[in-house]
Every structure is written in structure tokens, then in C-alpha cells.
Design a protein around this ligand. Structure first.
Ligand code: ADP
Ligand code: MG
Length: 697
């Protein structure tokens, strides 16, 4: 039975309606104003808000509160403090002050800082982000916060995102003013992340060390049935999954998360949840909570939710499509082609800013989605390639062609398309959404960045997007503000920008070999792996960009660079060690046992009749013994490489070693073991197979 949705929706959130209801009028007004202007909160207001928040939270069953933040690990962190305050007479009261609301000091020394926090200043502090509502989860009042060092450096993923939203707001406003809009006050970025995931049965999962330690399978021959029949995609949802999705939705709705669409994905056991879009920082907070709740609810259904980018070889991995746009406080979506020539000129200017930004900062876009897990997807003909490009759809591309070449737009029949004079034809939204192979696709009134990995926080990608678009808008505004003739300059600007940056536009099949060659001819970057991409972070043009817009200081960039490389290496280290352990302690002993069984049978048969001497046993013993030896040599080789890599100190060198030496060694070991799997009797194989896993639910 489904719950009463309007009743439960947002019931665990201290949202605007609750604040208006619970706070004294003047306090509510000041809080709203502070939020809108993005200023610091006055302590007297904070005290009043804290009391109302605590009382509300206690009503919802909370006993503790936490400053909920997003450290550079990519997951969320919380340290619970109880509201309990002891009194002289031995009793306790429940207390929560404004100071505790706006600032916290978690012992942060074990969160990664990439060298940002010198040892003499090991502490960081958290500060309330009042633009994202507090909520109660599992009996804890969670207060969304930013996490900084005492020197002011951002130690989290939220702070740079908020900074990037601010800079995009400023630059977009400059452009809107140039178009004569004097009433608009704010431009915010909107994000709607579509989340893919796998569900597997918990009992089956518990027998796989690779899934338990790494979140993905390191061994496993493909099952006879995979995704080739296309019978899972949008197929009927199984009852067990259906009841999971119902409970997931309830939990998300209670927290005000607008989970809207749910369906089966391409691979067996793969599903997707899409929320209704929201302001970027709220939407990203929500996505972080969503991932956590997806895992928790799965456990209650005796399942495990896998968020890894590539849990299984041979079937599709999981991504997170990041839908992105900009909206004014007057409700105008700046990426919606308009109905008047004036609106269209403005749309085209924003569009060309994005085209230029993606072209000039392809490297940063690639870096923003780089991780060991995502490397398995990108370029594997199931997800957009590592090459960045933009899909605009035929209609829009034809229009840009006309603008560039001063030719007429045929479909209209009329003369040439003049910006600010003619109206763009309306594009049917469904034709713009056909291309699934593009990393960055225009889908009618927003862009969809499809390269993001399923497990990652999309703070990084959105921070980059906001920043590069703000940068291009600022350059456009510089030029247009000093122009004598606005329309002429605008026309010229759009035209020359298209001419110069159209190489980034590609409407064809992004999975094809031809595109790789074509992209190379166009001079586009193809940074295939995380290790190839990461050094771009430290390029001067990129550091200059971040410093100019106050997104990251050079130091903050360097710290993220070091952390990303370190996480990459650590991930591979755990995977390689798990592979080694599974080979030595599970696979090789199991195959050995099977060989012994075969040998026993063989000798029994040989005793009876020589007719059997060329039989199955001999053949299998030979085959498996050869593979076993090879695997044994290979696992020792892998162990040796792991010993060597542990001596490398430089993060980049270390990551390179994993990529160039350890990954190939792992692949080789896997190949031998998978070959043994398909030749070993089921009852001897030491853990569940792909078939068991993919069809376990
Ligand atoms: P589909 O891709 O399934 O056709 P939509 O394109 O309508 O569905 O929406 C996909 C995702 O994009 C949803 O999460 C939706 O909320 C989000 N989205 C829609 N409009 C915007 C927008 N203006 N800004 C950001 N995200 C948006
Ligand atoms: Mg979509």
C-alpha cells in the first residue's frame, strides 16, 4: 500500500513552510533576507532559529544533531552530538544554541586535505549553508554545512560549488542587464541528476569478497544471458524491486527529495531513479542523501545496492546523467529557446558561451568526472567516450551553420537567419534527445552531462560547468559592455565564436571508431584515463581560471589533485590485493580440489578399461593444470608489483604505475581465472557466478 504522498512529502524537512510557521515573523524575515543575500547570519537570529529547529526536530523523534558535510572523500560525513544538557539537580534538558547551529568543529584531522591542513592547524570547522534545509534522518537533526580550514581553505565539495554558483550568477546578470533586463535579481543553476544503480541479493553478495571490499566484481565469466535481448530495459519491474522502490520513494519524499521516475535500465538487475530538478546545491545534497538511502533501504529488503560505475564486466555500467541549466528568479530558463527574436538572441549568446567554454576547458570537464571506477565506463561503447564534445541536434546545428555562413535557414524558407531579428523555429524536444552517445547533449532546454559516474558526487562537475560558463560570459560581457553598437557586436561575437569553437560540436555516434579519428583531426583531447587527465588540473590556464573566479586557490587545486590521485591508487591497491587473496585462497584451492577429483576418477577408470584413457578427465586435468600454473605465476607477479608500487612516493608516479603495470597484470590474472571458472564444476567454484549475481533478485 502506498502512503499519502502529499502528507509525508517533506515531513522530515525544516523547510520554508515550517520556518514560516514556527519562527517569529521578524526572525523569519531576517533569515529569509540573509539567505537571499547570501550574508552571514546574525547570532540573535541564529539562536531563535536554533530553538525552533530543535523543538521541531524533537517532535520528529530526534535526540541528536549533526553538521552534515561533504568532505573530499566524495561521501558525506556526520558526527552526532546529543541535545542533552545536564542540570545541577541531576536532570537533563534538551538544548541547542545558535552558535551550535551556525558553526561546528568536527575533529577533522582524518579527512583527506591533500596537505591543506598543516599539522599545527589540524582542525577544520563547519558552517551552516542556510540555502539547503535541515532535515531529520534516523533520529538525527542534520544541518547541511560547508567544511573549511581555519585558514579559510575549502576542505569540502560544497564550498567551491557555492562559490561557482555565485560567480555564474554575477556574470549571467551582467549579460541579462545588457539585454535590457533590469528587474531580474538572481540567476541560479539548476541540476537534475539521474541515478543508476544495481540491486543484488544480500546472501549472494556476502559470498563475494570483491563486491564486499571493492563494490565491483574482479572475477567472473559472463553468464549465458546478459543484456543482449534488451528485455530488461523499461521492462516490468519485479515485485521485490517494486517494493524496494516504493519504500525508497517514501523515504526520499519524507526528506523532500522529489523522486519522480523509476525504471529498469539496460543491464539485468540495473535500475534508475530520476528526481525533479532543483537548485544545484540542494539537488546535489539530495543526491548524496539519495545514494545513502538507496543503500540503507536495500539492506532492509535483504538486498545490496551497488553504486559502483562498473560492478560487472560485459554488461553496462552505471552513470549519473547530470541535467543542468540556469534559471532566473523570475522563472525564466535561460536555455529555453525563446518565442521572440530578442529572447532568441539572448539564448544564442548563452549557448555560444557554453560551446566556447566546453571547447576551451575540455580538459577540466574530463578531470571533473575522472575516477578509477569511471575509467571502466568511458570509452567502453556503453557510455560517452573520454573525448568531450557537444550534441546540439540537427536543427540547432543547422541554425548555427546559417549564422556562421550568412546563409538562409531552409526549413523556414525565408531569408537568412539574423540574430535579434528572426525567431528560431521551435525544436521538438524528443528529436533533440535521441543521441545517447554524446557526453554533453542539448536536450531542448538544458544540457545533459552524461559522463558522470554513478557513485560520485556531482559537485565537482557542476562546479566546473558553472565556472567555465561564468568565465565565457564574463568575457562576452566585457566586450559587449563597451560596444558602440550592441546588436552589431553581438552578431559578430556569436558568429566568430561559432566559427572558432564549432569543432567541439558533434552530432554523430560518439561510440564509433571513426569519431576517435575525426576528433583527433579536429584537435580535441582524448584523455583516456584518470591518470592521463589529472595533470591538466595544474595547468596555468586552469589555475588562473579558478583564481580569477575565486573558486579554488592554487593551493586548493593542488590539494584536490593530490587527493584524486591518491584515491585512484588506493582504490586500485585494494582491488589488486583482493584479487590476489581471492586467487590464492579461493580460486586456486578450489580448482585444485576439482583436479584431484578428476584425477581420482581417471585412475579408477584406468584400472577398469584402457578405452577411457583419452577421456574428459585427462583433457580437463591438463587444461586446468596449465591454467592453474599460469594463474599461480601471475598472482605472484601481481604481488611483486604491489610491493614495488608501495615504495613510490610521488602520487602521479604511483598512479601511473597502477595504470601501466598493475591494471594489465590484474587483467591477465582475471582472464586465466575466468577461463578456469567455465571449466570447473559448479559445486567446486568457491563463490557465486555472474549468473547467480545478475539474476539473484
Ligand atoms: P528524460 O531524460 O527521461 O526524457 P527529462 O529530460 O524531462 O526526462 O528530465 C531528465 C532530468 O532532467 C530530470 O531529473 C529532470 O528533472 C531534469 N531537468 C529537467 N529540466 C531541467 C532543468 N531546466 N534544469 C536541470 N534539470 C532539469
Ligand atoms: Mg534525460
Amino acid at each position: 500500500m502506498r502512503s499519502n504522498v502529499p502528507e509525508i512529502f517533506g515531513s522530515m524537512v525544516f523547510n520554508d513552510a515550517i520556518m514560516r510557521d514556527k519562527l517569529p515573523k521578524d526572525i523569519y524575515k531576517s533569515l529569509k533576507k540573509t539567505i537571499e543575500d547570501g550574508r552571514d547570519l546574525d547570532i540573535s537570529i541564529a539562536n531563535a532559529v536554533a530553538i525552533a529547529m530543535k523543538d521541531w526536530a524533537i517532535e520528529k523523534g530526534a535526540t541528536h544533531y549533526t553538521h552534515w558535510f561533504q568532505p573530499l572523500t566524495g561521501i558525506t560525513a556526520e558526527k552526532h552530538d546529543s541535545f542533552i544538557s545536564p542540570q545541577n539537580d541531576g536532570r537533563v534538558i534538551m538544548e541547542f544554541s545558535g552558535k551550535e547551529l551556525i558553526k561546528g568543529e568536527p575533529d577533522a584531522s582524518s579527512f583527506p586535505s591533500g596537505g591543506l591542513r598543516a599539522t599545527f592547524e589540524a582542525r577544520g570547522y563547519t558552517a551552516w549553508d542556510p540555502t539547503s534545509y535541515a532535515f531529520v534522518k534516523d533520529g538525527v537533526l542534520c544541518i547541511p554545512t560547508a567544511f573549511c580550514s581555519y585558514g579559510g581553505e575549502a576542505l569540502d565539495k560544497k564550498t567551491p560549488l557555492l562559490r561557482s554558483m555565485e560567480t555564474l550568477n554575477e556574470q549571467a546578470l551582467r549579460i541579462l542587464r545588457l539585454f535590457g533586463n533590469s528587474s531580474v535579481k538572481r540567476v541560479t543553476t539548476t541540476v537534475g541528476p539521474e541515478q543508476e544503480y544495481f540491486l543484488v541479493d544480500k546472501d549472494v553478495y556476502n559470498k563475494r569478497k570483491d563486491l564486499m571490499y571493492c563494490g565491483r566484481t574482479l572475477y567472473g565469466a559472463m553468464a549465458p544471458k546478459g543484456q543482449e535481448m534488451d528485455d530488461h530495459y523499461f521492462g516490468a519491474i519485479l515485485p521485490r524491486v517494486q517494493s524496494y522502490m516504493e519504500e525508497l520513494n517514501d523515504e526520499l519524499w519524507k526528506l523532500g527529495i522529489m523522486s519522480k521516475t523509476e525504471h529498469n535500465e539496460v543491464a539485468p538487475a540495473q535500475h534508475e531513479m530520476a528526481p525533479i530538478f532543483d537548485t544545484a546545491n540542494i539537488s546535489i545534497d539530495h543526491n548524496q542523501i539519495t545514494m545513502e538511502i538507496m543503500k540503507n533501504v536495500a539492506k532492509r529488503h535483504n538486498m545490496i545496492c551497488l553504486l559502483h560505475e562498473k560492478p560487472f564486466a560485459g554488461v553496462n555500467g552505471s552513470g549519473k546523467h547530470n541535467n543542468w541549466s540556469m534559471v532566473t528568479d523570475e522563472g525564466v530558463n535561460l536555455l529555453e529557446p525563446g518565442k521572440s527574436p530578442h529572447e532568441n538572441a539572448q539564448f544564442l549568446l548563452f549557448l555560444t558561451a557554453i560551446i566556447k567554454g566546453i571547447d576551451e576547458y575540455q580538459d577540466l570537464m574530463r578531470v571533473s568526472i575522472a575516477s578509477a571506477g569511471n575509467d571502466h565506463r568511458l570509452g567502453a561503447s556503453e557510455a560517452p567516450p573520454a573525448i568531450m564534445s557537444i550534441f546540439l541536434g540537427d536543427d540547432l546545428e543547422a541554425i548555427l551553420d546559417c549564422i556562421e555562413n550568412d546563409t538562409s535557414y531552409n526549413k523556414q524558407g525565408a531569408g537568412k537567419m539574423e540574430i535579434g531579428v528572426h525567431v528560431l523555429p521551435s525544436f521538438p524536444k524528443d528529436t533533440t534527445d535521441r543521441n545517447r552517445t554524446s557526453p554533453f547533449a542539448f536536450t531542448g532546454n538544458k544540457f545533459e552531462f552524461r559522463s558522470c559516474g554513478s557513485s560520485m558526487s556531482v559537485s565537482g562537475p557542476n562546479t566546473i560547468l558553472n565556472t567555465i560558463v561564468a568565465e565565457e560570459l564574463s568575457k562576452f560581457a566585457d566586450e559587449l559592455e563597451k560596444a558602440d553598437d550592441f546588436t552589431d557586436t553581438l552578431n559578430e561575437l556569436i558568429k566568430t565564436t561559432i566559427k572558432k569553437h564549432k569543432r567541439i560540436i558533434f552530432n554523430g555516434d560518439g561510440y564509433s571508431k571513426e569519431w576517435k579519428e575525426e576528433a583527433k583531426k579536429r584537435g580535441l583531447l582524448n584523455l583516456e584515463t584518470t591518470v592521463d587527465a589529472m595533470p591538466a588540473m595544474l595547468e596555468k590556464k586552469n589555475i588562473d581560471l579558478f583564481e580569477k573566479h575565486n573558486i579554488y586557490t592554487a593551493l586548493e587545486i593542488k590539494s584536490r589533485y593530490e587527493i584524486n590521485l591518491d584515491v585512484y591508487s588506493k582504490t586500485l591497491n585494494i582491488e589488486a590485493m583482493t584479487m590476489s587473496e581471492m586467487a590464492k585462497r579461493q580460486i586456486l584451492p578450489a580448482v585444485n580440489e576439482y583436479i584431484r577429483e578428476l584425477a581420482k576418477t581417471l585412475s579408477l577408470k584406468m584400472g577398469t578399461d584402457t578405452l577411457f584413457k583419452n577421456g574428459m578427465e585427462k583433457d580437463l586435468i591438463k587444461k586446468l593444470s596449465v591454467l592453474e600454473d599460469k594463474a599461480y605465476v601471475q598472482v605472484n607477479e601481481l604481488d611483486k608489483l604491489l610491493l614495488k608500487v608501495s615504495a613510490i612516493e610521488d602520487n602521479l608516479e604511483c598512479a601511473k604505475y597502477y595504470k601501466d603495470r598493475i591494471i594489465p597484470a590484474m587483467d591477465k590474472l582475471r582472464a586465466y581465472c575466468d577461463e578456469m571458472e567455465i571449466n570447473t564444476a559448479d559445486k567446486y567454484w568457491p563463490f557465486p557466478t555472474y549468473g547467480d549475481l545478475l539474476f539473484s533478485v
